[in-house]
Design a protein around this ligand. Structure first.
Ligand code: HEC
Ligand code: HEC
Length: 392
């Protein structure tokens, strides 16, 4: 019985290679077996020929949010409370959200799920400059990583989504990404055998609606919380485990010469605004400016959190930089003149002023990169609660 739960009920379209997730699952099963809880499919998961079935643990995972360490400020916690208002995370809701997140049936061609462009091992981002959508066409922008979304009031590079509940429905309807209407999407779910039970667990009855789909997806995405990086350990223990280079990098990140932390603020290294970082003198994609129509917003993009940034290459809204070294060199010597260039990146501290040259030494640049590498959350990347349940 236990072996059967690892075998695949699908038609063979699932990759044969053994991913780290699969090993994790196997390890998890062994752990569960030792705990004699067993490792079997959810009772509702009676395999249907040709249908990919999600494999869920017999005892559901807990998605309760962690108590964030003290260096996550009270202000951040207020932001989180307000972005989550009205949609508290429940274990059953996030479990449904997990299955939906990895549901390829939510794309017109049944080939693409949210997870196709947001890979756990890449900090829920994508290694492609532009990601492949359901017909093989490429997205316009670089896929964003997903972490600590409860600290973000708006989503997308241009901040066009104003809640996560609204955001999660947009990729489904996007012509390039998944290409379904919302009615088609809920129809797809109704035709799959495992959803009635999952919706009932989450919402009390088996009615499958757009609203419930959005609530569950948002709960799952919000439950992807990063707070266990080496940087976080350092905040708790005075950075005793940091190398001298990492300490240098941390000091540089927070000093007035680089101004990194004046945009990548707080323990989440983000900010609610969009800013122009002087990537180009003229942008082909004007980001926030396209969303608002204001010339003063041209070339402005969301300030992304830097958590897991070592895993989320390529970088920037268009994926133009392949390495963190290239990103740091941009800030050091590559900032271009632009009427909206942020005042933190100009010599005289005025918007649109002459671009700042930071004149960082080779050691400074290495140090900044070393510090950015301390922001990787290994436990999150390995956490089975966020893995693809169809891939066991
Ligand atoms: C084909 C690739 C693709 C698919 C499929 C996809 N995304 Fe994305 N995702 C992207 C890209 C590209 C962006 C940035 C788009 C932009 O800014 O215009 C993005 C942005 C996001 C953001 C914004 C993050 C932030 O910090 O603002 C969230 C949240 C998100 N996606 C969640 C999802 C969910 C949930 C699904 C499934 C319902 C999904 N994505 C499906 C490529 C994809
Ligand atoms: C003026 C505000 C501002 C300052 C100062 C700033 N950043 Fe950024 N950072 C941004 C914005 C905005 C983006 C996204 C830009 C885009 O895609 O067009 C970004 C993107 C990045 C990225 C890529 C993240 C990703 O997921 O693609 C890294 C890494 C980064 N910054 C590191 C730094 C470092 C290191 C410093 C200091 C040397 C710094 N930033 C200073 C605003 C800023």
């Amino acid at each position: 019985m236990h072996g059967a739960s690892w075998s695949n009920a699908s038609s063979g379209s699932v990759p044969r290679s053994v991913s780290s997730n699969q090993w994790l699952f196997v390890l998890l099963c062994i752990a569960l077996l030792i705990g004699s809880a067993g490792c079997r499919k959810d009772e509702q998961n009676v395999p249907t020929t040709g249908t990919r079935m999600p494999y869920l643990p017999a005892t559901g995972y807990s998605y309760a949010l962690p108590v964030m360490p003290a260096h996550f400020s009270a202000q951040l916690q207020q932001t989180a409370a307000s972005t989550m208002a009205g949609n508290p995370i429940t274990d059953a809701g996030a479990t449904l959200g997990r299955v939906l997140f990895y549901e390829r049936g939510l794309s017109a061609s049944r080939t693409i799920s949210c997870g196709s462009c947001h890979h756990q091992e890449q900090g829920f981002s994508d290694a492609s400059v532009r990601s492949t959508g359901h017909t093989g066409l490429r997205t316009r922008r670089n896929s964003m990583h997903l972490v600590n979304q409860f600290y973000s009031r708006r989503q997308f590079w241009d901040l066009r989504a104003t809640t996560l509940e609204a955001q999660v429905l947009m990729p489904i309807q996007d012509a390039v990404e998944m290409g379904l209407t919302l009615d088609e999407a809920t129809e797809r779910l109704r035709a799959l055998p495992y959803y009635p039970a999952l919706f009932t667990e989450a919402f009390g009855d088996d009615s499958i609606t757009t609203d419930r789909m959005a609530l569950a997806l948002a709960q799952f995405v919000r439950s992807i919380v990063s707070y266990r990086t080496r940087y976080d350990e350092g905040e708790a223990n005075g950075f005793v485990d940091f190398t001298p280079l990492e300490v240098d990098g941390k000091n540089l990140f927070y000093n007035g010469a680089t101004r990194c932390n004046q945009c990548h603020m707080t323990a989440n290294f983000n900010n609610q605004d969009a800013r122009n970082t002087g990537l180009d003198m003229e942008y082909t994609d004007n980001g926030r400016g396209e969303a608002t129509g204001n010339s003063g917003d041209q070339g402005k993009f969301k300030i992304p959190s830097l958590r897991n940034v070592a895993l989320t290459a390529p970088y920037m809204h268009d994926g133009r930089f392949n390495t963190l070294e290239e990103v740091v060199e941009h800030y050091n010597s590559g900032v271009q003149q632009h009427p909206n260039l942020d005042d933190r990146l100009t010599v005289d501290g005025t918007i649109g002023g002459e671009p700042l040259q930071m004149d960082l030494s080779a050691n400074d640049k290495q140090a900044l990169v070393a510090f950015l590498r301390t922001l990787t959350d290994e436990p999150l990347i390995a956490d089975p609660r966020f893995s693809d349940p169809f891939q066991q």
